[in-house]
Design a protein around this ligand. Structure first.
Ligand code: FAD
Length: 288
């Protein structure tokens, strides 16, 4: 089994302390030679400027291939394409194109009257520019808006057909969840790469709250395992062991690329990569 190719997701910093954290995160993970890194876009476009600054600063200073996340929320089509064009002008070649979530307090995503009505429209418009490689989101556990068990796969096929070239999944807890989804995508004629989204668990209670918001079921055995690890103050060790095992199983099933949700906390991601045999030395050999 060869070492994986990796990519890392960061979020843009909102203050000076968070800027240092992001800098430390990128510095620690860049030597693992990620195929790309990505920077999220705050709900409702709240980090429009910060995302742009983080994307361009990381690209300039670390020489990494940076993908900018972009959503349809709270913006006209013209405004959204203006943001995309500013990325192209700054030399950014990859976009993670998303519909985005409903704003706080609302239960459903409602498009801006002059905005893109869904992710497929956004992807098609970005593809039309011919300026970007487009990644999209994918959901191994059903997305809360999915109308049937197959709906996410059918919709993903539409996103790929609209011009996306790869999909990054929401995090999940057990390898079977991803493998079943991958099989279903193949049955629906999706041949684009589907990168599993990997979340090293730093704070189990926080992850459970986030999972509930995303509609990701939490296995009972993990709850028990983290409760026991917390009693012994060994959560980090459990987290690294579980995440490494998850990645290992995926790699043994033919997965070649892993997309890590770093949450701007680099240590667990780095340790898992090292446990999978990907060190800065190995990464150097791979790119040479
Ligand atoms: P879509 O795939 O378009 O929709 C999600 C599901 O809803 C579909 O699979 C389908 O089942 C159903 N659906 C939606 N529209 C239709 C339709 N017209 N017809 C039929 N079915 C439909 N959010 C942010 O705000 N900022 C970020 O930076 C960000 N980054 C993310 C990165 C990744 C890798 C992922 C997986 C998610 C990210 N999110 C982010 C969260 C994302 O915005 C939410 O999950 C959102 O609810 C869905 O966005 P999407 O583009 O994946 O949706």
């Amino acid at each position: 089994m060869s070492t994986p190719r990796v990519s890392f997701e960061f979020f843009p910093p909102r203050n000076l302390e968070a800027s240092f954290k992001l800098w430390e995160t990128v510095q620690m993970l860049a030597p693992l030679a990620p195929s790309f890194v990505s920077v999220t876009y705050g709900a409702g476009g709240t980090t429009r400027k910060l995302t742009h600054e983080a994307v361009t600063t990381i690209g300039r200073n670390f020489g990494l291939n940076v993908a900018a996340h972009l959503t349809c929320v709270d913006a006209t089509r013209a405004e959204t394409l203006e943001i995309a064009n500013a990325y192209a002008d700054a030399g950014v070649k990859e976009i993670v194109a998303l519909r985005g979530d409903a704003p706080k307090g609302a239960t459903r995503f409602t498009p801006h009257p002059d905005g893109f009505s869904d992710s497929v429209e956004l992807i098609a418009a970005l593809a039309d520019t011919g300026k970007f490689k487009i990644h999209v989101g994918a959901y191994p556990d059903p997305h809360p808006d999915a109308t049937s068990p197959d709906a996410d796969v059918v919709w993903l096929k539409r996103k790929i057909d609209a011009g996306a070239s790869s999909a990054l999944t929401q995090f999940f807890f057990e390898p079977e969840t991803f493998l079943r989804f991958r099989d279903s995508c193949a049955r629906h004629g999706i041949s684009a790469p589907i990168l599993p989204g990997i979340l090293p668990i730093e704070n189990w209670d926080g992850v459970k709250r986030f999972a509930a918001r995303c509609g990701t079921p939490v296995p009972g055995w993990m709850d028990e395992a983290f409760a026991a690890a917390k009693r012994d103050g060994r959560e980090d060790l459990l987290s690294i062991a579980l995440c490494t095992e998850l990645c290992d199983t995926l790699l043994s099933e033919g997965v070649t690329d892993l997309h890590f949700y770093t949450l701007n906390r680099p240590h667990l991601t780095r340790d898992v990569c090292h446990a999978l045999g990907l060190s800065p030395e190995v990464a150097l050999e791979k790119v040479a």
